[in-house]
Design a binder for this molecule. Structure first.
Ligand code: ATP
Ligand code: MG
Length: 499
């Protein structure tokens, strides 16, 4: 059934007596290794050999795509066929900068990627607070990384309390040192891993502590089955997809096998990164966290190696979760002037995500977060099978959040005033509300004027409703109504579904 492609290395071709589905997997694995090696050569500026490798990989992919399947095999084969088609869409671009794209394009005819449906532009021309330009991904990412990463951390997640229960308990059964030590031990047995990246992953990307718990995240409904806040729905979904399968792997097999990719998306400042931090604490999975922008900025020219090492370690330390914040930075739709390094990174990411050459039962979940979902390409969307919308907080969530923010402070707002605030803050995100409360909390100090330096702490007046009224003038909602509509449209089209 195997139809040989022009120029494929015959010696390595799978035996035609092998069942066709098996042949498909073998070919996919083979292409995976060839392209992986070519990416390495490419990164080392060894272009001539890289081109050879790309060509060979392309031929093998093509060969796999030409296999014929019986009707009853179509469903099973389709998964791999789609993965390989996706790869081919990125693939020739990887070879472009080698100056030989014509050759590659001739060998591997590529159908044009279907343009993803664009959303109604927001007032700023994009959903969220970022530029709508796709081509500027690398520059933008670098700037974003500089703005968001703290020295010594990759995403700012540092401390993890391990051994907690899925219901938010805090019983500690192991120390964070043991997670690090355990993972280090597993990594030491890995061959072919660059020690530089291994060290970096263990020290900066592996989450060895948690700063956020479920209860830190404002929501209206304690009962997860009552979906009034949006966040309770998100929590419930993350519990099902990420936490419970990690805690009880034996229950999540066969039809219940957990998704390999989950995406949280929504307007900026709604708690997506926070949710991931909480998931890190609640699941016993080994949790790796990195922002895509730091991948491209901190490891310039080497980010694909970092991705490869990360997946290797995650597989060795499974069950694991790889959280990639700002995933849009690496999985944007292809564009003409896309940087070559971004293409390499994207290809590597897709290869690793599909996990060719590894065990199908691997328990590695990739969790992505983005406030620019519309910029993700089709291949990325397909891999993030579960897509969870994190909306702006609704009234009840705003009340819970405001109350939480005020707790621990001296304040004198009546129930009625809090209710008014809840109404006045419609359209505010979680981070807008936090900024609002912080500004209002400064009110009592501002009112002291010159006497601030001499007033004893216990004589500072409580925070009052009027402080919030003042703060409402300066702290405005950061998400525009137009961009909100665009998120909702994307959610209607792609949200919370399996495909
Ligand atoms: P972005 O899309 O810009 O990355 P995000 O959705 O990841 O935004 P976070 O970084 O998780 O947003 O939240 C920013 C800050 O806003 C948090 O540190 C927290 O102070 C506050 N915040 C946002 N949402 C919530 C929430 N639901 N509960 C409590 N605090 C929240
Ligand atoms: Mg975030």
């Amino acid at each position: 059934m195997l139809s040989p492609a022009r120029g494929a290395a015959p010696a390595a071709r799978p035996n035609s007596s092998v069942p066709v589905l098996e042949q498909q997997k073998l070919l996919h694995n083979k292409a995976f290794h060839l392209i992986n090696d070519a990416l390495n050569l490419d990164a080392a500026s060894n272009y001539a050999e890289a081109i050879e490798g790309y060509k060979k990989g392309g031929l093998v992919l093509k060969e796999a795509l030409e296999l014929h399947f019986d009707t009853d095999q179509l469903k099973e084969s389709a998964v791999w066929t789609t993965k390989m088609r996706d790869l081919l869409k990125v693939y020739p671009a990887v070879a472009n900068h080698c100056g030989n794209d014509e050759t590659i394009a001739n060998i591997v005819p590529v159908s044009k990627p279907t343009p993803a449906k664009r959303l109604a532009p927001s007032s700023s021309g994009s959903v969220g607070h970022h530029s709508a330009s796709v081509s500027g991904a690398t520059t933008r990412s670098t700037a974003r990384a500089a703005a968001t990463t703290r020295p010594g951390t990759v995403t700012g997640i540092r401390k993890k309390r391990v051994g907690t229960t899925a219901t938010g308990g805090s019983g500690t059964t192991a120390t964070s040192t043991s997670i690090l030590a355990e993972t280090k031990n597993k990594v030491s047995k890995l061959k072919n891993i660059d020690p530089k990246f291994a060290d970096m992953i263990l020290n900066e990307v592996l989450v060895d502590g948690a700063s956020v718990t479920w209860s830190d995240i404002g929501e209206s409904a304690e009962d997860y089955n009552v979906d009034t806040s949006g966040l309770s729905f998100a929590k419930q979904s993350l519990k099902e997809i990420v936490i419970l399968p990690a805690l009880r792997p034996e229950l999540f097999t066969g039809l219940r096998a957990p998704a390999k990719g989950v995406l949280v998306f929504g307007p900026p400042g709604t708690g997506k990164t926070m949710l991931a931090k909480a998931v890190a604490q609640e699941s016993k999975a080994t949790f790796f966290s990195i922002s895509a922008s730091s991948l491209t900025s901190k490891f310039v020219g080497e980010s694909e190696k970092m991705v490869r090492a990360l997946f290797m370690i995650a597989r060795a330390a499974q069950p694991s979760v790889i959280f990639i914040d700002e995933i849009d930075s690496i999985l944007t739709e292809r564009s003409e002037n896309e940087h070559e390094a971004s293409r390499r990174l994207k290809t590597e990411f897709l290869l690793q995500f599909d996990g060719a050459g590894t065990n199908a039962d691997d328990r590695v979940l990739v969790m992505g977060a983005t406030n620019r979902p519309q910029e993700l390409d089709e291949a990325a969307r397909r891999r993030f099978v579960k897509r969870i919308y994190i909306p702006l907080p609704e009234a009840e969530t705003r009340r819970a959040l405001l109350t939480k923010l005020l707790s621990g402070h001296d304040f004198c707002l009546t129930k009625n005033e809090i209710q008014q605030l809840v109404e006045q803050t419609e359209g505010y995100s979680g981070s807008d509300l936090t900024a609002l409360a912080k500004d209002a909390a400064l009110g009592p100090l501002r009112s002291l004027g010159e006497t601030l330096l001499d007033t004893p702490a216990d004589q500072v007046r409580p925070i009052q409703y009027q402080d919030f009224i003042q703060a409402l003038y300066t702290i405005r909602p950061s998400v525009s109504p137009q961009s909100l509509l665009a998120y909702e449209e994307w959610n209607r089209e792609y949200g919370a579904v399996s495909c």
